[in-house]
Design a binder for this molecule. Structure first.
Ligand SMILES: [Zn+2]
Length: 132
């Protein structure tokens, strides 16, 4: 019997979800699809420089699963950069971790997703907030 796919935990939602090479019309453009959790794997491992073991724990997956994800993600990014493809960040199987956020404008505290693009203070609608 197939096991239901497990949700990977993601702390940060991507700010930008589409990257397009300059000078190539959309109609002639091919794209690769990076899942949200693959981008999170790159963020944790390559940007924050965390060990695979720590990344795997943060994302609630096994180390081999994390390894497979990061290898797949890097391959897609390399393919896009070398062959001039667009990158679409979309889909996957993930759950967004809720962070403790504080509005810098009105001081309201709440739990929400850490998304620089979409998260607003539920009280005053300000986008100027920080994690605490
Ligand atoms: Zn506010």
């Amino acid at each position: 019997m197939a096991r239901p796919p497990k949700c990977r935990r993601v702390e940060r939602l991507p700010i930008v979800t589409y990257f397009k090479p300059q000078g190539i019309p959309m109609t002639q453009l091919s794209e690769v699809n990076l899942t949200v959790e693959e981008l999170e794997a790159v963020r944790l491992c390559d940007l924050e420089g965390l060990e695979h073991e720590v990344c795997a724990e943060k994302m609630a997956v096994s180390r081999p699963t994390f390894h497979r994800m990061i290898v797949a993600a890097r391959k897609k990014i390399a393919e896009a950069l070398i062959n001039g493809l667009a990158i679409r960040v979309e889909g996957g199987n993930y759950q967004v971790k809720l962070s403790n956020l504080t509005c810098k404008k009105c001081g309201h505290k709440w739990q929400g997703t850490f998304c620089r693009r979409h998260t607003k203070c539920p009280f005053c609608q300000s986008t100027d907030w920080e994690e605490c």
